[in-house]
Write a protein that binds this ligand. Structure first.
Ligand SMILES: [Zn+2]
Length: 290
């Protein structure tokens, strides 16, 4: 990189000139953009593409002229490096935006839980018969008639619940940049538009936001059921048919714990076990009194 140009045989190592005009020899520029990380090399010749080691680092997304910092992404020779940089950049944006969207959902949920606590004593509705089963327990929107007898009490909670469901969908693995490109390539292969393949280290896929959203849904249901069952307990004067089965919710907590462990999300794993216990306690507590 530091040889004088008069000492370089340009037939052997020609120069490459980006649009900014600050030229380097090809070997220097290849080293600058770390091209060897992206191709197999035999006898100093690039022979086949390879997957570089995955590091989620914004520095990896920067391909800039060493003199003036102008982007080198439009150089065809480094298209593979540039495209990977763009994917890493998109993944970093995905992580930032999913973190940003999570906190308001969590805060809104806690606000609803506090409101339920504060207003429980004053709630005067007359509950209707209640059947909570594996078929309806994991979607509070399916408990329409039960929810309706409390008029507007659960309106805001249902809105937060819907937003968490949408958030969970938006951060799932299939929505992530690397996976989306992989699926686009698979579609193109099926249509014989390419013979290329797109593979990547699966650890690139971000599972934390999805696990967080998953846990938040169960937390939301627990806030709802804790309040609902407390109101029923206060109103129990006989004559109500009540059946509660949280087995589907507990099974889902077990799945969540397993998935969290796979992704090394220890906090969510512990949370899943706590949720499991709370579902069991709610169910048992109610059955015992019957
Ligand atoms: Zn330059």
């Amino acid at each position: 990189m530091f040889d004088a140009y008069r000492d370089i045989d340009l037939d052997d190592d020609p120069i490459i000139v980006p649009t900014c005009g600050h030229f380097l020899t090809i070997s220097s520029m290849d080293g600058h953009v770390q091209l060897r990380e992206h191709y197999e090399v035999e006898n100093d010749v690039f022979v086949a593409p390879k997957d570089p080691e995955f590091i989620l680092d914004s520095k990896q997304t920067q391909m800039r002229c060493p003199e003036c910092r102008m982007s080198l992404r439009n150089l065809d020779r480094y298209g593979r490096v540039a495209r990977r940089g763009l994917l890493i950049e998109s993944t970093l944006k995905f992580i930032t935006s999913s973190n940003r969207e999570y906190q308001p959902l969590f805060d809104d949920l806690i606000r609803q839980a506090e409101r339920f606590e504060e207003t429980r004593e004053m709630c005067k509705s007359q509950p209707v018969d209640m059947v909570i089963s594996p078929e309806n327990s994991m979607d509070i929107n399916k408990l329409k008639s039960i929810v309706q007898c409390f008029d507007t009490r659960y309106l805001k909670l249902k809105q937060v619940y819907r937003r968490i469901q949408e958030y969970k969908h938006s951060v799932r693995v299939r929505e992530q940049p690397f996976q989306r490109v992989k699926e686009l390539v698979q579609v193109a292969r099926r249509r014989s538009l390419t013979k290329g393949e797109f593979s990547f280290d699966q650890s690139i896929l971000q599972t934390r936001a999805h696990t967080l959203a998953w846990a938040l849904l169960r937390r939301c249901e627990l806030i709802f059921y804790s309040d609902l069952l407390a109101l029923y307990r206060n109103a129990l004067t006989g004559g109500l048919n009540i059946s509660i089965d949280f087995s589907a919710s507990r099974e889902d907590c077990e799945n969540l714990a397993e998935r969290a462990a796979e992704g090394d999300h220890v906090l969510q794993q512990v949370e899943a076990y706590l949720f499991w216990a709370r579902f069991a306690a709610l169910e048992l507590g109610f059955v015992d009194e019957e």
